[in-house]
Design a protein around this ligand. Structure first.
Ligand SMILES: Cc1cc2nc3c(=O)[nH]c(=O)nc-3n(C[C@H](O)[C@H](O)[C@H](O)COP(=O)(O)OP(=O)(O)OC[C@H]3O[C@@H](n4cnc5c(N)ncnc54)[C@H](O)[C@@H]3O)c2cc1C
Length: 366
């Protein structure tokens, strides 16, 4: 078996690194750029390079390339801190979800504008009293003739204030067990009845939002997949979200900077760097397994746990190496402050361990 990159993959990496560096030069370097680096201009440039929908099938306008190519491009973008957030959710999650569950009309309407980098999406999942336990969500969509009437509140909605569309997870029925009766609906963010409030996080970034729905009406045809059957669909989508390279590389720029400043004559520091390099290597193997669909079902929970806990170790290493420099509110301080969020977003480590124990290892429920 040859684990090395092919010449084509090496060339793709070099070209992606060039595009990423150019993006940083033009639009700036962003901490956790897949979440914070918002630039629609750069989205259009990514589209022009064929870097959006790279692995989607041809019939949906995608590049039909091996999924590994997308990982290479994403890794270079995130390492450089290039502003990929405006296209990220659509490319990573909403596009694949619409390909799998959307109607032909939805695919025709929404996929081309994700591919061209024109539209930004946000994900309306979490609520003030419903995060880990998604099945307890209360935001509702009432069936009213040709429309859904939406009421409720979402929170922690990244890009709620910038997005064109929300991929909303909501309740369309109260019958049966809690996980039944949940549906996914596409909601244009300019729909009357939507109020958005930005939340400032501790790094001073404002991608988070609270989104309030009061009798917001959207066409019936915006339902994605099976009415009341979205719990399974959402879990499938979260697999895309949890097993990706973004979960490993978010603060790689911080690591590179701290490493460049580290006293490598110090044996303790050298050990730490060796440990982190091992972490990057193992994490990359786990991600590749997910991407190549070689991991067991549900294993993305373990991949997410390992990779995001590694990112937290990176943040701790940087704080020790940079010392006082890290306490001055600057670019790398923001990178450091994102540390705690890694093991929360996309499902907490505790919940990932529950999934691993119960669904993958078949252990008894605690
Ligand atoms: C940077 C960032 C970006 C985000 N972006 C989005 C977004 O775009 N859209 C969106 O919808 N949401 C988003 N979120 C929200 C995120 O999905 C939730 O924060 C997460 O699911 C946890 O939910 P919660 O905050 O309500 O915590 P809770 O579910 O209330 O959990 C609180 C604590 O209890 C623990 N816990 C809960 N249940 C169990 C259990 N069964 N067993 C063991 N321990 C348990 C958790 O591990 C945690 O430590 C984002 C979060 C972050 C940090």
């Amino acid at each position: 078996m040859d684990f090395d990159w092919t010449p084509e993959q090496r060339a793709l990496r070099v070209e992606a690194a060039r595009v990423a560096a150019e993006g940083v030069r033009k639009y700036g370097r962003f901490n956790d750029c897949w979440m914070n680096g918002y630039s629609k201009e750069f989205s259009r440039e990514l589209a022009a390079h064929g870097y959006l929908g790279m692995a989607w099938p041809k019939e949906f306008g995608g590049g039909n390339r091996p999924a590994i190519d997308r990982v290479i491009v994403a890794e270079e973008m995130i390492k450089a801190g290039a502003p990929i957030a405006a296209s990220w959710f659509g490319d990573r999650q909403m596009g694949p979800a619409l390909i799998q569950y959307g109607t032909k009309a939805q695919q025709d309407e929404f996929l081309p504008r994700i591919l061209s980098g024109e539209t930004t999406w946000c994900i309306g999942m979490s609520e003030p009293n419903s995060g880990s336990d998604l099945a307890s969500l209360k935001t509702s969509a009432r069936d009213d003739g040709d429309e859904w009437v939406i009421n409720g509140q979402k929170i922690w909605t990244s890009f709620g204030a910038d997005a064109d569309y929300c991929y909303l997870i909501c309740r369309t029925s109260h019958d049966g067990p809690p996980h039944a009766g949940i549906s996914e609906i596409i909601v244009p963010m300019d729909t009357p009845g939507i109020e958005i409030r930005r939340i400032t996080d501790m790094t001073t970034n404002q991608h988070f939002c609270e989104v309030f729905f009061t009798d917001a009406r959207v066409p019936k045809s915006n339902l994605v997949g099976q009415q009341g059957g979205a719990f399974g669909q959402t879990m499938r989508q979260l697999e895309h979200e949890r097993g990706g390279i973004d979960r490993l590389m978010s603060n790689y720029a911080l690591y590179s900077y701290a490493r460049s400043k580290a006293d490598t004559c110090n044996p303790v520091i050298r050990q730490e760097i060796a440990d982190l390099e091992i972490g990057y290597f193992v994490g990359r193997v786990l991600v590749m397994r997910e991407v190549m669909r070689q991991a067991p079902a549900g294993f993305s929970a373990a991949t997410k746990c390992f990779c995001t806990e590694h990112e937290q170790k990176v943040a701790q290493f940087a704080s020790r190496v940079l010392g006082a420099e890290m306490m001055v509110q600057g670019d790398y301080t923001k990178d450091f402050l994102y540390g705690p969020g890694y093991t929360i977003m996309g499902g907490t480590s505790n919940v990932m361990r529950n999934i691993l124990g119960e669904r993958v290892l078949g252990l008894a429920k605690g």
